[in-house]
Design a protein. Structure first.
Length: 76
């Protein structure tokens, strides 16, 4: 799910849940999984459709706010 699309859907209150997980390709990075009201899951990606993965968990917190989410689950 491209970031701009995810933000637009967040404004419509589409997101049911968000999870932050350790990247399987690099255990020092985190990525975001989103689940909509239909229980369909999406990996958050940048607008070039590359999955967003970062070693800075705080930057993902800001993204959650952009998506209209007030809470999320972190899996270690």
């Amino acid at each position: 799910m491209k970031l701009d699309d995810a933000v637009a859907l967040g404004a419509e209150d589409v997101w049911q849940e968000a999870q932050v997980r350790v990247s399987p390709g690099d255990r020092s990075e985190w990525f975001v999984m989103l689940r909509d009201r239909s229980n369909k899951s999406f990996i958050l990606a940048d607008n070039d459709d590359r999955p967003i993965a970062t070693d800075n968990l705080n930057s993902l917190v800001q993204m959650m706010r952009w998506l209209g989410l007030k809470d999320f689950t972190v899996f270690l």
